[in-house]
Design a binder for this molecule. Sequence first.
Ligand SMILES: Nc1ncnc2c1ncn2[C@@H]1O[C@H](COP(=O)(O)OP(=O)(O)O)[C@@H](O)[C@H]1O
Ligand SMILES: [Mg+2]
Length: 254
Amino acid sequence: MKLAIVGKGGVGKTTLAAALTRRLASLGRPVVAVDGNLASALGVSERQLPEPIAHMRELILERTGARDEGAGLMFRLNPQVDDLPERFSVDAAGVRLLVLGTVESGGKGCMCPEGALLKALLQHLLLRTDDDVVLDMEAGLEHMGRASARGVDAMLSVVEPGMRSVQTATRIQKLASDIGIQRHYVVANKIREPREREMLERALSGQVLIGALPYAAELARADLEGRAAEAADPAFTGAVLAIEEELEKRLKVS
Ligand SMILES: Nc1ncnc2c1ncn2[C@@H]1O[C@H](COP(=O)(O)OP(=O)(O)O)[C@@H](O)[C@H]1O
Ligand SMILES: [Mg+2]
């Protein structure tokens, strides 16, 4: 499955991306986790962390053939990228972590060699591999092009108890359908009591809530200490499993 995880800052996008990729890897499936700040959530230390691909000048020049023609910068829009996931990902207990990094650009997308390389890489992962791919969309959907959007099976919006995250989810849903993402599901996170889930579900009017993750003190503690949560409590792990199965079901039927 190819998933994009979105939501307001701090709601738990990275936590959910890490938990889902681990779950998929535990099923023996090839999984690529892309970007965000997944590294520490997946237990990858600062030292093992690869350089973001967006910062690899040599590679970008080599693959895009970028050169200054005086009249303007020339570069290939379809650079070869199929070897990059293997070469530049680090293994985190069966999950391959790929760090794309971000391209500085004013506004929508970036007509620049690094933008072209990232775009091609994203499209490769989403459209031309069978690997499970989970995109931790830390910076929002703004930079996702239509071609990539077409390759995303489902977008998961994370919300937490509180109306601000619901408003963000509602706004993102509109953007997602504008760029052509087919399915949009919501996951509630940091739920401490059933009432919170019910309130969120009501506020989400119409959006499909496919699961709820309980508040897990160990997760917050692990993040505070900068380590990957070893064994989040069974309730959390169980909820992740249920969400994965729900996704499996929904992606199969339609
Ligand atoms: N279910 C949860 N229970 C407890 N703490 C959580 C839970 N989900 C996320 N957190 C904590 O909330 C903070 C933000 O989570 P994070 O995944 O980094 O959010 P985002 O990627 O959306 O910014 C982190 O400290 C994380 O450990
Ligand atoms: Mg994050």
